[in-house]
Design a protein around this ligand. Structure first.
Ligand code: ASP
Ligand code: MG
Length: 458
């Protein structure tokens, strides 16, 4: 294989029915004119949920419901196949029924059997897509990812063993590609070292695409979904939100962290680790180029996007006695870590008389209790006055490559917020240099986001 391949992954809505599948086949046929393509198929939209519900029903002995679900799945796929004029391979459904009958009989649903049951969505969709391609004159072959991806046995959220898997991926797919055939690989599913079916976690088809991209040193991994790409702000909040043509990995990571649903980041780490560009595109509007997320962003410095996470609580520890006492911040973090509470933002004044941290509002009571307990001695002796909590607050973040190194950006951010008459409660500048985040009162955050978006430059 001389030319680098592209991986094209289709999510559930992009394979939702016959016309969507036909559309996906069309996009694949077009992509293949430019370079060799490997397709990754998710289950048809909603199918994984149906399968998981059927497994739960079977466990409770409601086998009638589980059987109905299988019938409905069969009808849905058969109808799509009929409309597309291809054969529908029913064999997997017999295995699914047997698994569900077993669960119902034993009234026991292990993580292992849950994975087996939830694997059928992709096992049904991939052959369908391959058949449609073949019918349209594009030689294609369905590939079961369990033949190429080996994982640990953490059923439900297994991790791929790339050392074992990468050579298998290459051994299996390269000859298929060399023969001019387009492999259509099942997303989401894999197998454990013991040979059992595993899944890579919900939305795991993105992971499959990233893994195949990494193993094949792909030119790019294209993620076909139902949005145009990554926008400069949530369009439900900001009317002028714009499509971002290009983002760096770090910018995208910051945006995801601060509430934007860009991509499930951990899912695509294998591709990021190899520096492979990820392209997010809308299968409903393929004329739009989407967003490319790559090692380098668009090369411009400035604010590229605004995101926010509402529903947060601002905790602060105040007291003169903290000055020069080492380990206070560490104790705060170990307390939150023990509770498993995620700290969205943290700041410490250089006078060391105040520490502020932002956590989800729902974790407020137990975090306050834990910090009061942790610093009970300091509170008794008066070196820490109190643990204060304020909610609801929101963390608003301005994201853009090279922000910290560029003079005047922070001024721009806070001038915009001040113009909107929003009071800033606490500020943190991400160490990644590509975000400035701050906490505002829960009633002000939408205004802050809108005001800040006016100074976005793309
Ligand atoms: N079908 C799986 C899910 O619904 C995987 C995916 O769609 O990426 O989570
Ligand atoms: Mg998905």
């Amino acid at each position: 294989m001389s030319r680098a391949v592209a991986i094209h992954k289709f999510g559930g809505t992009s394979l939702g029915d016959a016309s969507r599948i036909r559309n996906a086949a069309r996009l694949l046929a077009a992509a293949r004119r430019r370079r060799p393509v490997v397709a990754v198929a998710s289950a048809m939209g909603g199918v994984t949920d149906v399968l998981l519900q059927a497994a739960r029903d079977a466990e409770r002995g409601r086998i009638g419901l589980a059987r109905k679900a299988v019938d409905a799945l069969k009808a849905r796929h058969a109808a799509a196949a009929r409309e597309l004029g291809v054969r529908f391979e029913e064999a997997p459904l017999r295995e699914l029924s047997a698994a569900l009958e077993g669960v119902s009989l034993l009234r026991e649903r292990t993580a292992r059997v849950t994975d087996l049951v939830s694997s059928f969505g992709e096992r049904l969709s991939s052959p369908l897509l391959a058949a449609v391609l073949a019918k349209a004159g594009v030689p294609a072959r369905a590939v079961d990812a369990r033949d190429i991806l080996v994982t640990d046995d953490r059923h439900g959220a297994a991790t791929c063993d790339r050392k074992r898997s990468d050579p298998r991926v290459r051994r299996k797919l390269k000859p298929i590609l060399a023969a001019g055939i387009l492999p259509v690989v099942t997303g989401f599913i894999a197998r454990s070292v013991k040979g059992e079916t595993t899944t890579l976690g919900r939305s795991g088809s993105d992971t499959t695409a990233a893994l195949l991209g990494a193993a094949l040193s792909a030119h790019e991994v294209v993620i076909w979904t139902d949005v145009d790409g990554v926008l400069s702000a949530d369009p439900r909040l900001v009317r002028g939100a714009r499509l971002l043509p290009r983002l760096s990995y770090r910018e995208a990571a910051e945006m995801t962290y601060f509430g934007a649903k860009v991509l499930h980041f951990p899912a695509v780490l294998p591709a990021i680790a190899e520096g492979i560009p990820l392209v997010i595109r809308n299968s409903f509007r393929p004329e739009i180029r989407g967003t490319t997320i790559a090692a380098k962003g668009d090369g411009t410095k400035g604010i590229h996007a605004v995101t926010a996470v509402p529903g947060m609580c601002l905790l602060s520890l105040d007291g003169r006695g903290m000055t020069g006492v080492p380990g206070i911040a560490a104790r705060v973090f170990s307390a939150t870590a023990r509770l498993g509470v995620s700290v969205v933002m943290f700041s410490q004044a250089s006078s060391e008389q105040n520490i502020a941290l932002v956590i989800p509002e729902g974790d407020r009571a137990r975090t306050v209790a834990a910090l009061e307990q942790e610093f009970r001695w300091e509170r008794l002796t008066g070196s820490i006055d109190s643990v204060n909590a304020r909610a609801p607050i929101a963390v608003v973040a301005a994201v853009g490559e090279g922000m910290r190194g560029t003079p005047g950006i922070a001024a721009k951010v806070f001038a915009a917020v001040a113009r909107a008459k929003v009071n800033v409660e606490s500020i943190a500048q991400g160490s990644s240099e590509c975000n400035i985040s701050f906490a505002v009162d829960g009633k002000d955050w939408v205004r802050a986001v809108r005001a800040l978006h006016r100074v976005v430059s793309i």
